[in-house]
Design a protein around this ligand. Structure first.
Ligand SMILES: [Zn+2]
Ligand SMILES: [Zn+2]
Length: 358
């Protein structure tokens, strides 16, 4: 905490975050991170005495080797040198992709070290949340899984209960593969129904295996689901899980691409919900984790909702006022949506709460 009683926030930023090139038609465009930096600067966040800019460091080769297979790292390096080849169909390769992916994922791990050293209470990165990459391969816009790398870095500090709270609209399928049998990591993923939504994974009955059974929680939502049902599911599930687990570090991925203006998916939440969840997770970090938490941006492919969402989370963490414009989603949650969500919530409880004894 700072002298003002406000939390100390580290904002990860460097021009080097813009060192990528997925092509002119890709949903992730150059200027995305600069736009977020400019927006929070315009809204006074960078003048707050409790907000500091932290320079991201490259992900170390040692941690990279723990996060990905030698074959996959060699593939990234090869694409990086030649500029030829792709990570997958959605994730084009480019020259210097090795450097870029290490700085983008290194930002998250730099944030972890800054929190663990006590310099700051929370970090927030305008990039990161590359949750579709697994040990052996990348994909879905993700090259290096910085969520997994951050967890592995936290384990080196001896932490035993790391919570990954992933509200990106797409399932965190890559991260799930790393820690599926590991009770030292709880992953909660809220996402759109995998039946039609990439990555077509993250079913409710996938609750972890072995000692990790019950520590992998998937909750999915039907198309058009908005704030009312989303809040219902959150209230029914997340506080109970978090209070049971008592995490000693929280990695939070907000659902910027679950916003109704985001056209890569079909949920219809607003920044009211992003604020609600951010406040709840922030309080949980102070209740259980001595404040230790990091925010990885995750998806968000419409600039307006992405910057509103980002500033909303900043506002909660830094205790600095920010109010996005009034938002009017195209739908209200109807009876059919409510029925599906109630049924899904009850399935999650039946499977997970009974396994954990909640
Ligand atoms: Zn705080
Ligand atoms: Zn996403």
């Amino acid at each position: 905490m700072s002298f003002s009683g406000k939390c100390n926030i580290g904002f990860l930023w460097s021009e080097l975050l813009e060192s990528f090139d997925f092509g002119s038609k890709h949903p992730i465009q150059i200027g995305r991170f600069r736009m977020l930096r400019d927006f929070i600067r315009e809204n006074g966040f960078l003048d707050c005495p409790n907000v500091q800019i932290i320079n991201p460091e490259l992900l170390s080769e040692e941690l990279l080797k723990k996060t990905h297979s030698a074959e996959y790292i060699a593939k990234i390096q090869n694409i990086s040198e030649t500029g030829v080849g792709d990570i997958d169909i959605d994730t084009p390769g480019f020259k210097n992709i090795y450097f870029h992916s290490r700085i983008a994922s290194g930002a998250s791990v730099t944030g972890v070290h800054s929190v663990m050293s006590g310099d700051i209470d929370h970090f927030i990165s305008p990039t990161g949340g590359f949750h579709h990459a697994s040990f052996e391969k990348g994909g879905g816009f993700c090259i290096i899984n910085d969520v997994a790398a951050s967890v592995l870095a936290l384990k080196e500090y001896g932490l035993k209960r790391i919570l990954v709270a992933d509200f990106d609209v797409h399932h965190g399928n890559g991260t799930q593969t790393y820690f599926y049998d590991d009770p030292d990591v709880m992953q909660i993923s809220f996402h759109e129904d995998p039946e039609w939504m990439f990555p077509h994974d993250g079913l409710i009955h996938d609750i972890g295996s072995g000692a990790g059974r019950g520590y992998n929680i998937n909750m999915h939502f039907p198309m058009d689901a908005g704030d009312s049902v989303y809040q219902y599911a959150y209230d029914e599930l997340v506080p109970k899980l978090v209070n049971f687990y008592k995490p000693d570090f929280i990695i939070f991925i907000p659902g910027f691409d679950a916003h109704y203006l985001d056209r890569l998916a079909h949920l219809t939440i607003t920044t009211d919900m992003i604020r609600y969840i951010s406040e709840s997770i922030h309080k949980a970090a102070h209740r259980h984790s001595d404040g230790r938490m990091g925010v990885l941006t995750g998806g968000g492919y419409t600039r307006t909702s992405l910057k509103w969402g980002f500033a909303t989370v900043m506002s909660v963490l830094a205790d600095h006022p920010y109010q996005p414009p009034v938002q009017e989603p195209p739908f209200e949650d109807d009876e059919e949506t409510w029925n599906v969500v109630r049924s899904n919530v009850s399935k999650v409880k039946d499977l997970v709460f009974s396994e954990l004894g909640i």
